[in-house]
Design a binder for this molecule. Structure first.
Ligand SMILES: Nc1nc2c(ncn2[C@@H]2O[C@H](COP(=O)(O)OP(=O)(O)OP(=O)(O)O)[C@@H](O)[C@H]2O)c(=O)[nH]1
Ligand SMILES: [Mg+2]
Length: 326
């Protein structure tokens, strides 16, 4: 739904937070009703999601945060620099190189509060005459540290930012594209949370055309097995500048939809609700007597499934509608 009051001065649809608000309210109700009944740890993680959603919605705006993530040496910083058309991020021969995230910001809409919230200090504003200026207007692109690092702080930093990013660009290479860490701990988890995803097979200059094609197909097969739905693999060579336009077009298409942030938050809320769901009964208990505390506690618990169910049904409906759009 796009109404005039949801359009900012540049004609972009701001975040349509109706769904986010409704689902947040439902989850908050469920969490409140379950206090002292469900395990604290489960409630704590649902509260963390609610906090995140509240903070991101308060920042608002129509910006899309896209993170370049992947194993060390796959070429994240090289692709980041190729998209930004400047050597913003350091590319090193020693592994790992990037230790802190760097942002490149397209468009003149302020990204300050969003970057503060993301905890990204290194910021580069892409000039207005950039070749991708129109296509990527509204984009906050992040170059992240590697997540398979021998330096634990890198992975912590990558995970921290990935938790708050809207869209994931998994940067792989012909050697590491099938790594279990990427698929089991990242792609699969985030696919279940409906996050928008782009997959890149970088360093295709190391292969002949047929081998690159076979590798891309194999990566595609693995991503589908991870539950990502329909996804295309972009083949790139950062050193030769191949596939950069294609990658920009893919990212640009997501940015132009202006709903990746909302979609990520809705996915987070739905999966938090789905995690609570198995902890409560599927139907209301029949209660006639017992201590007031017990009756009150069970009544509260019985209230949870209805709320969680509503969120889950909504999620399933949305998921079946948007499965092909991932
Ligand atoms: N042949 C080839 N080499 C590449 C390509 N992209 C990057 N490289 C090289 O691979 C090395 C690692 O590139 P980076 O861009 O620093 O990789 P990264 O993913 O940012 O690595 P970390 O910061 O350590 O996580 C550098 O020596 C690059 O020049 C590519 O497409 N083809
Ligand atoms: Mg790097």
């Amino acid at each position: 739904m796009t109404t005039t009051d949801q359009l900012n001065r540049r004609g972009f649809a701001a975040m349509d937070d109706t769904q986010v608000r409704d689902r947040s309210n439902a989850l908050r109700q469920a969490v409140t009703a379950s206090a002292g009944i469900l395990p604290d740890a489960d409630l704590e993680s649902a509260r963390a999601v609610l906090d995140k959603v509240g903070q991101r919605t308060a920042i608002g705006g129509s910006r899309t945060v896209v993170a370049l993530a992947g194993a060390t040496g796959s070429g994240k910083s090289s692709l980041f620099n190729a998209l930004a058309a400047e050597p913003v991020s350091r590319i090193g021969a020693r592994r790992p190189t990037t230790s802190r995230p760097t942002a490149a910001v397209w468009g003149d809409d302020s990204a300050g509060p969003l970057l503060d919230w993301l905890g990204v200090a290194a910021r580069h504003r892409v000039p207005a005459d950039d070749r991708f200026a129109d296509l990527l207007d509204g984009l906050v692109l992040l170059d992240l540290p590697d997540f398979d690092s021998r330096v634990p702080a890198h992975r912590r930093e990558a995970d921290r930012v990935l938790e708050r990013a809207d869209v994931f660009v998994w940067v792989t290479d012909p050697q590491k594209y099938a790594d279990a860490l990427l698929h089991d701990e990242y792609v699969r988890t985030l696919a279940a949370r409906r996050a928008r995803t782009v997959a890149v097979l970088n360093q295709v200059d190391r292969l002949d055309v047929e081998s690159a094609e076979a590798c891309a197909e194999d990566l595609h097969r693995l991503l589908v097995a991870d539950g990502i739905g329909s996804v295309e693999v972009v083949q790139t060579s950062a050193v030769e500048g191949r596939g950069i336009d294609d990658l920009a077009a893919r990212i640009g298409a997501v940015v132009q939809e202006h709903n990746a942030a909302e979609r990520r938050l809705v996915g987070d809320l739905a999966s938090a609700a789905a995690r609570l769901q198995p902890l409560v009964g599927g139907q209301e208990p029949e209660l006639s007597q017992g201590s007031t505390e017990l009756v009150s506690a069970l009544s509260k618990a019985a209230g949870v499934p209805a709320v969680v169910d509503a969120v889950r049904r909504d999620y399933q409906r949305e998921a079946s509608k948007s499965g092909a759009g991932r």
